[in-house]
Design a protein around this ligand. Structure first.
Ligand code: DGY
Length: 319
């Protein structure tokens, strides 16, 4: 009997084909609604492999109930939705989708930085709501990007790709990371500094570090107080790196100027997050890697991870 693979969101048939040759593939049939947790449990119980999204919590409770489960292939580079330590204890292989989304996510991060600095969304709404009656000297004036100081918190692959883009804008680049990144220092002139220095120096502070115990709500009240008043905060990593009450306070009392947010503590936002409605916030619905090409590559890599495990006993990008 072929092993069973359960996919938690509808993916295009063309990416499934290689897997269908070696496994029985079952799939949640909606692409815009996550699989309910009770159905996930029922399916996962009989599965050898799961292909999951960041909307599924793969926790101790689920892992304990799935004795046949050998691989969880997450279709994301981040995997904070998975209890990796417990999975390791249970010899469950976890994979993610690094590299294929690096440039796309860096593009979006830089686009968000530019949209926030130059008030692009507000400017577009201004025309669409028919408010443009004349040209005036400071109408919708934003702030420059070129020659400013960019601080990158989390100099992983995406951080480096953002630094590369910033060189084209003659920015001074600083970063803070668990380890020094010599290639980024050499290739993009990025300078290493402490977290406090990064917070104090940055005109644009871009958060790209993964969510861990150490980074959870690292951007708190004290941190926002130390930032420049004209600073722009960008988050394209995970919402939980930020204490959103502290960010709201910082944005409404002028401690910082603006924020560009692709991620939130509670997703999706359904009219309940006051941050998203602030005039000085550009809010996006977690679309960092959302180009058609890249989402196809992420799905393909997640499938390859399962296929490779089933055929060779080894995944391609195990975390
Ligand atoms: C990731 O890959 O971790 C993104 O947040 C989802 O594209």
């Amino acid at each position: 009997m072929k092993p069973l693979v359960y996919i938690t969101r509808k993916l295009p048939d063309e990416v499934l084909q290689p897997l269908q040759e070696v496994a029985t593939v079952n799939m949640w049939d909606k692409d815009d609604v996550p699989v309910p947790r009770d159905i996930l449990f029922e399916k996962a119980k009989h599965a050898t492999a799961l292909l999951t999204m960041l909307t599924e919590q793969i926790d101790k409770q689920l892992i304990d109930q799935c004795e046949q489960l050998k691989v969880v292939a997450n279709m994301a580079v981040g995997y904070d939705n998975i209890d990796v330590a417990y999975a390791k204890e249970k010899r469950l292989i976890i994979t993610n989708t690094p590299d294929v989304l690096t440039d796309t996510t860096a593009d979006l991060t830089f686009a968000l930085l530019m949209a926030t600095a130059r008030r692009l969304i507000e400017a577009s709404s201004y025309i669409k709501s028919d408010q443009w009656t004349t040209w005036s000297p400071f109408q919708l004036a934003g702030t420059d990007i070129h020659k400013k100081t960019l601080g990158i918190f989390g100099m992983g692959r995406i951080g480096e790709a953002v630094a590369k883009r910033a060189t084209g804008f003659d920015m001074d680049i600083y970063y803070h990371n668990r380890s020094r990144k010599e290639a980024a220092e050499r290739d993009y002139g990025a300078q290493y500094c402490t977290f406090d220095e990064l917070v104090e120096k940055s005109d644009f502070l871009v958060c790209l570090a993964p969510l861990t115990e150490e980074t959870k709500e690292i951007f708190n009240e004290d941190v926002f107080k130390k930032m420049k008043k004209q600073a722009i905060f960008i988050n394209a990593s995970r919402g939980d790196l930020v204490n959103e009450d502290a960010l709201y306070h910082a944005l409404t009392t002028g401690e910082i100027a603006c924020a560009g947010l692709d991620v939130f503590q509670e997703e999706p936002i359904r009219g309940t997050n006051p941050l998203a409605n602030l005039k000085n916030v550009v809010a996006l619905p977690h679309i960092g890697s959302a180009s058609y090409e890249t989402r196809m590559k992420m799905a393909t890599l997640a499938i390859e991870n399962i296929h490779s495990y089933l055929e060779k006993g080894e995944a391609v990008t195990q975390v």
